[in-house]
Design a protein around this ligand. Structure first.
Ligand code: ADP
Ligand code: MG
Length: 358
């Protein structure tokens, strides 16, 4: 549907009951009052965890430093997270291990605080994608559990999800390469694992893959990052193996994403080409890989990129993963090797280790 013509979400009952609660209405009302958007129009999507609306910017955005370049009447996407407790209980596994977010999450036990945290996480992750040149909607404004971002699409028509887009074989091949590049760039440059990377959370717009839905994405040293990454790789394999030739096995894609080395798009493209030509993993081996133990702790970090190992070992990361591992391993955490790794990382400043976001 053309968003601007809809006016109301199809599932109006769910909307009024779960999303447009009085607090949400108040936030939207304030945003309208401040002229952040001139009009809140149709609904782009009603999901289990959020509804996304189409809006046009007002001149209020120009008063804010970060968004002063946004012209009036620019198309926006407004993501409103749902406050249903049932849904968010399931999402706990993504927050556990993220210390920055864990505190607010557990201390509150308040659904409103929890959804706010998801919105904050999505804002942080979108910002990071942007900062590192991975194509994604530009986040503009966060108010409570309402995230305002750039609209991906033209003239009110949202870009299709990869799942719904009709691509020629050549375009599909291009989409596959872009998807692998994005997955690796997210890991190596943004230090993030998407956590729900699939044809449903990739848009196809102006011949480019656009990554969306990053509220559940975790830092690369999250205790379950490797497990989430393996699933992300499996989703890519499942979708593209039905559409393209020479698609990497799950294991080869996972290794490709994790490998240390060049992280610019061109470098990634040529590395991908080599990987596709030399992938010899069988389906049987892939099935074994899906069930295999993956490195999750300091002791198992042998196969992690060096920069990730240093980030974890130095303890100078945002997630406090070292503490989590400390609980698991007891006295083994601060071995001499780790101590020297920590010293190394201080002098090796900014050698691929991402700094804190404001
Ligand atoms: P959910 O958690 O509900 O899956 P998503 O972030 O994936 O939330 O958004 C749901 C849908 O809304 C997407 O599949 C896409 O069609 C649409 N959408 C989300 N963000 C944008 C955007 N910035 N521009 C255009 N459409 C968007
Ligand atoms: Mg989604």
């Amino acid at each position: 549907h053309k968003a601007a013509n809809i006016g109301l979400c199809q599932d109006t009952r769910a909307t009024t009951e779960q999303v447009l609660d009085p607090r949400t209405r108040l936030i939207l009302f304030k945003l309208l009052q401040r002229n952040a958007f001139a009009k809140l129009e149709g609904c782009l999507s009603t999901g289990k965890e959020a509804n996304v609306y189409y809006a046009l910017s007002g001149d209020g955005l120009r008063d804010i430093e970060a968004t002063k370049d946004i012209p009036t009447n620019a198309p926006l996407a407004v993501k409103v997270y749902k406050t249903s407790i049932l849904v968010f209980r399931d999402r706990r596994r993504y927050v556990d291990g993220e210390h920055r977010f864990e505190k607010g999450y557990t201390s509150g036990k308040n659904p409103r605080k929890m959804v706010q945290l998801w919105a904050e996480k999505e804002l942080r992750n979108y910002k990071r994608l942007h900062a590192h040149g991975v194509r994604a909607p530009r986040p503009l404004l966060l108010k409570g559990h309402v995230l305002v971002m750039e609209f991906v699409g033209s003239q009110g028509w949202p870009a299709p999800r990869l799942h719904d887009a009709s691509l020629s074989p050549d375009e599909m091949e291009d989409a596959y390469v872009q998807t692998c590049v994005a997955l690796r760039a997210m890991f190596s440059r943004c230090k993030l694992v998407h956590g729900d990377f699939s044809e449903y959370n990739l848009l196809w717009f102006e011949n480019e893959i656009v990554v969306i839905d990053v509220s559940q994405s975790v830092e690369w040293d999250h205790p379950r990052a490797t497990e989430f990454l393996r699933k992300d790789c499996a989703n890519v394999r499942d979708f593209f193996s039905r559409k393209c030739e020479r698609v990497l096995s799950v294991k080869a894609l996972y290794d490709f994403v994790m490998r240390d080395g060049v992280a610019d798009d061109e470098g990634i493209r040529s590395a991908l080409d080599i990987a596709r030509n030399s992938d010899s993993v069988t389906d049987q081996e892939d099935r074994v890989f899906m069930d295999a133990f993956l490195p999750r702790s300091l002791q198992d970090l042998g196969s992690w990129p060096e920069a990730a190992q240093r980030a974890v070992a130095s303890g100078d990361n945002e997630t406090g993963f070292d503490e989590a591992v400390g609980d698991l391993l007891g006295a083994n955490v601060c071995s001499d090797d780790d101590a020297s790794a920590a010293t190394r990382s201080e002098s090796d400043e900014d050698d691929g280790v991402h700094g804190r976001l404001p």
